[in-house]
Design a protein around this ligand. Structure first.
Ligand code: SF4
Length: 370
């Protein structure tokens, strides 16, 4: 059977950050364990059981908000259902404020081999403003604890374009992250999403954000400083030491199959009966999700067969973000010529990829191509 990527969504956080529009809930009490048990049941009753896992990724929310032994139980359900390929990458996201050495040791012994820390900033003022529960000192402690627990594959997430952030402050953040020598860096610009407290502040003019020109300068810093420290910009926002690219996220960007478990999780797996890939989206709220599973019903509220036009659109949208680019086959020659004239793309051996200048206009390039 063909291997696939497996994603597990743990939808709980200690509190809700002001900019967050992820499917996450600041809930406590019996719903946490109940949801984890429902996720285990969903996995064990999976229609895709038996297909090996090439990667496994626990995201959220904050997976490490739930007790480590329970997280390992969920992982055991995944590995029983989807036997991992040798050396499969098995990641958990973690908030630096929710892990210590003993928790990380339990996770490492339980089978996780990669940890992705949501650091976001090394400035306590930024962290307070973002609504994060951790402080800068905890990031360094978490990195040390991860190394002590024998994790040798570690990602740090950082955000730039924060309210009132200066270029010097961003450069200091980058330098501090690089000094910790993580194998991988995810560097994203803060985006203001509707229905978040930050959105309301933004509408009231109370969120002093850097302008477009400053954001481009911050991104140029990412490219330069990461490259100087030996990280390859293998995706627009992701930088890795050689061979340490996130293999799970590469599956998404390469539009490969993935199974999704947990509240709000999305999957895209080929249905052998229909002969096409089907996108499934699970019930989002933990209570509704757990009730559905406990009643023996499906976790998914939406199931959509993906036609070839949709798959082609996704191949362009996701694949163009990668430094390796995408195959030229099926792309409009006129659009490719226009993008080449603007200096946004380059072509060779049947592939097309964004240039450094083109990385700043990825969305426009995608619109042109689809
Ligand atoms: S930790 Fe992440 S998922 Fe949780 S509220 Fe903050 S941004 Fe959202």
């Amino acid at each position: 059977m063909n291997p696939l990527a497996v994603y597990v969504h743990i939808p709980f956080c200690p509190s809700k950050c002001g900019y967050c529009d992820f499917n996450s809930y600041a809930m406590q009490g019996e719903i946490v364990e109940r949801t984890a048990r429902a996720i285990i049941r969903e996995i064990r009753e999976s229609p895709w059981a038996g297909r090996p896992a090439k990667t496994i990724f626990f995201g959220g929310g904050t997976p490490t908000f739930i007790p480590a032994p329970l997280l390992v139980e969920v992982l055991n359900a995944v590995t029983d259902t989807h036997p991992p390929l040798p050396n499969a990458e098995i990641t958990t996201e973690a908030n630096p404020g929710t892990v210590d050495a003993s928790k990380l040791e339990t996770l490492r012994a339980g089978g996780f081999n990669r940890v992705s820390l949501g650091a976001q900033s090394f400035d306590d003022g930024d962290l307070v403003r973002l609504g994060r529960v951790h402080r800068a000192g905890e990031i360094e402690r978490a990195v040390r604890a991860a190394h002590e627990a024998s994790f040798d594959n570690l990602n740090l997430d950082l955000m730039f374009g924060l309210p009132d952030q200066s270029r010097a402050a961003w450069r200091a953040n980058l330098a501090r992250a690089i000094s910790l020598e993580p194998e991988h860096l995810s560097l994203y610009c803060l985006t203001i999403e509707p229905n978040t407290p930050f959105y309301k502040l933004h509408l009231r003019g109370e969120l002093p954000l850097p302008d477009d020109e400053q954001q481009v300068a911050f991104y140029e810093d990412c490219l330069e400083r990461a490259a100087a420290a030996g990280y390859e910009a293998y995706e627009i926002s992701n930088f890795a030491q050689p061979g340490r690219e996130c293999r799970h996220n590469l599956c998404y960007w390469r539009a490969e199959e993935y199974a999704g478990y947990g509240p709000g999780a999305v999957g895209a797996v080929r249905d052998p009966a229909l002969g096409v890939r089907v996108r499934t989206t699970n019930l989002k709220h933990p209570e509704r999700y757990a009730c559905a599973i406990e009643a023996g019903g499906p976790a998914a509220y939406e199931s959509e067969p993906l036609d070839s036009a949709t798959l082609q659109t996704e191949r362009v949208m996701l694949g163009l973000r990668l430094a390796e680019g995408i195959e030229v086959d099926g792309l409009d020659e006129g659009a490719l010529s226009r993008l080449a004239r603007r200096g946004w793309i380059e072509r060779d051996t049947g592939r097309v990829r964004l240039t450094r200048a083109g990385r700043l206009f990825c969305n426009d390039a995608v619109v042109e191509l689809i």
